[in-house]
Design a binder for this molecule. Structure first.
Ligand code: HEC
Ligand code: HEC
Ligand code: HEC
Ligand code: HEC
Ligand code: HEC
Ligand code: HEC
Ligand code: HEC
Ligand code: HEC
Length: 361
């Protein structure tokens, strides 16, 4: 399947580097790939594939680890020099490196994925009332022709060359079956999925909320059509038509229960960046919130919370006052005592250049 991999990675680069994204299928299925981390269905990457995502700052990121106690010869063999030395990630790393990390083993999936999901141990509520007609299924509650209604598969169906089935994306992580399949309601119990896809995180997912509020098919809370995709049980809208007159006339389920904040996604960050310089973060939904609320937006840089210099829905800039090293970066949105985090990005801070030191005296 070499071909489909190539096609897939072309779109990952686009996803990470381009902010204006063309939509293939609105309304879904299948859904776009703009929110959260790129969808992937296999756990075996090659070096060029690793570099599609780890596309900048990687040399410095390795060498900044010297400050944490690594020595040259731990990574570079004395005999392994000149043109011969290895740059192949797989000589030193696992070919599926992300889901063998300590955070993944500890099931703290938010560490990289952010608030687009919940953690099993964060105390989030999972309903205990009896399942009913509006309870979403892991797949779908009903089918009308090719249209599926009432579950994840209503929209998250495989399609094109690079959108995979939900079992393929999840099984590709190589994680323990019981993380996702040991619910009281049997093998495919939606309440088990709610360990990670809780009521809160499911209802704060929307691509570019400021521009898609009220529209069908851009996320989970744009319109009533979206609600029906998960909560429905018959073909309310005729043939999945988003322009059906019923769309605007119905408000069956009331307000969504996730709070006003929308989960932000980071696509890209300046990397590496010189100490004392300005870093830029590109992404979506940095400021958006339901009900026109205006959240406080901050950047988590390692252990510190920083107030950015400039903030817009797609771009944040901030001054880098950290000393050289690698820092975990998250965008954080806060409204009262409610807050959400983006996915994680890593920024490598390198020492100021001679030129910069001269200029600054
Ligand atoms: C689809 C995009 C993507 C691909 C492909 C990818 N990575 Fe990553 N990788 C990420 C993101 C996002 C993170 C989390 C942020 C970070 O640490 O940079 C990450 C984190 C990591 C980490 C840090 C894990 C930790 O301990 O926190 C390592 C090591 C890594 N990747 C190595 C690799 C290697 C080796 C490959 C190829 C075999 C690869 N990655 C392929 C996106 C990708
Ligand atoms: C944690 C592992 C690690 C350590 C420690 C490390 N290196 Fe590297 N080094 C790498 C990797 C990986 C690359 C290739 C990165 C790439 O191709 O993107 C690299 C690349 C290089 C390069 C090529 C630079 C370039 O721009 O491509 C040189 C030169 C180098 N290392 C020298 C050193 C020396 C000297 C030390 C000790 C002071 C050292 N490295 C310590 C992992 C390491
Ligand atoms: C010569 C061995 C070597 C090669 C080649 C190499 N790495 Fe690494 N890399 C290491 C070591 C050792 C570490 C530090 C231990 C760790 O975190 O896994 C590291 C750390 C990392 C980290 C940061 C993890 C952290 O804890 O912050 C990332 C990301 C990463 N490597 C990605 C890559 C990618 C992508 C490639 C290929 C382009 C690559 N590495 C090639 C040895 C190597
Ligand atoms: C070290 C960072 C990291 C951690 C921790 C992590 N992931 Fe991921 N995850 C990634 C990256 C990067 C990708 C895309 C590349 C890949 O598939 O490895 C990904 C992809 C996925 C995908 C497929 C993508 C999609 O949108 O469908 C699923 C499912 C997933 N992860 C589940 C989990 C679960 C469950 C956990 C916790 C047990 C977890 N991840 C922890 C980094 C991480
Ligand atoms: C009404 C259509 C619809 C239904 C039904 C649906 N989703 Fe989504 N979902 C979307 C859209 C649209 C996006 C945003 C895609 C984008 O732009 O990246 C999305 C994004 C997501 C994301 C963010 C990460 C990603 O890979 O894009 C998660 C997690 C998610 N959905 C989980 C679920 C789960 C779990 C279910 C079933 C309980 C479900 N969805 C049912 C339409 C739907
Ligand atoms: C990270 C979560 C996750 C893990 C881990 C996981 N699954 Fe799944 N599994 C899913 C999802 C999501 C689906 C799709 C459910 C649907 O569409 O109804 C699925 C579907 C299935 C199905 C029914 C569809 C099919 O492919 O036949 C079976 C059987 C299954 N999984 C078995 C397993 C086994 C066995 C393991 C362990 C080796 C495992 N799963 C690990 C999430 C997971
Ligand atoms: C252990 C945590 C965990 C469990 C349990 C879990 N998922 Fe996921 N799921 C994830 C992560 C992480 C992602 C990727 C989010 C991202 O793109 O950053 C994801 C993404 C999704 C998406 C979005 C489409 C996609 O492929 O990205 C759907 C749909 C989904 N999950 C369905 C399910 C279903 C159905 C179940 C139960 C059978 C389930 N998940 C169980 C962690 C989990
Ligand atoms: C991605 C799938 C999905 C979408 C889209 C979705 N929901 Fe939900 N919703 C769920 C799940 C799963 C539950 C938990 C059901 C259960 O376990 O019985 C839930 C629960 C609820 C609840 C009950 C909350 C509680 O605490 O028990 C309400 C109210 C609700 N949703 C309203 C909405 C509205 C309104 C919309 C559209 C704006 C919407 N939902 C869109 C998946 C979704």
């Amino acid at each position: 399947m070499k071909y489909s991999r190539l096609v897939y990675f072309t779109s990952v680069v686009a996803m990470l580097m381009v902010i204006s994204i063309a939509f293939a299928d609105i309304p879904p299925p299948p859904v776009d790939q703009n929110v959260g981390l790129p969808d992937t269905a296999f756990g075996e990457f090659t070096e060029p594939e690793c570099r599609e995502c780890h596309s900048s700052g990687l040399v410095d990121r390795h060498h900044l680890l010297i400050g944490e106690g690594y020595t040259c010869t731990q990574c570079h063999d004395i005999n392994d020099q000149g043109l011969e030395f290895t740059r192949d990630c797989l000589a030193c790393h696992h070919s599926s490196p992300h889901h063998v990390t300590q955070a993944a083993i500890d099931r703290i999936c938010t560490d990289c994925h952010g608030s687009i999901i919940d953690d099993y141990n964060d105390g989030h509520a999972i309903p205990t009332y009896e399942p009913s007609l509006v309870t979403p299924s892991t797949s779908f509650n009903n089918q009308s022709g090719s249209l599926k209604i009432g579950g994840c598969e209503a929209c998250h169906e495989p399609g094109g060359d690079n959108i995979h089935s939900n079992q393929a994306t999840h099984h590709g992580t190589g994680l323990d079956c019981n993380l996702c399949h040991s619910g009281d309601g049997g093998m495919l119990d939606i309440r088990k999925c709610e360990d990670c896809h809780g009521v809160r995180s499911l209802h704060i997912i929307q691509y570019d909320y400021n521009n898609t509020e009220g529209m069908d098919g851009y996320g989970h809370i744009g319109s009533n059509w979206d609600c029906w995709g998960c909560h429905g049980w018959y073909d309310l809208y005729g043939v999945a038509s988003s322009t059906n007159a019923l769309t605007s006339a119905l408000s069956i389920l009331g307000d969504s229960p996730g709070g006003d904040l929308i989960a932000p996604t980071i696509y890209n960050i300046t990397n590496p960046v010189e100490e004392g310089n300005i870093a830029t973060i590109i992404g979506i939904d940095f400021t958006s919130a339901q009900d026109d609320a205006s959240p406080d937006v901050t950047v988590l840089v390692g252990d510190k919370e920083i107030i950015p210099t400039t903030v817009s829905d797609n771009e944040i800039t901030f001054n880098v006052s950290e000393s050289p090293g690698n820092y975990d970066i998250y965008v954080k949105k806060t409204l009262g005592d409610d807050s959400v985090l983006s996915n994680k990005a890593v920024m490598s801070v390198i020492p100021m250049s001679e030129m910069e030191l001269l200029i600054r005296g």
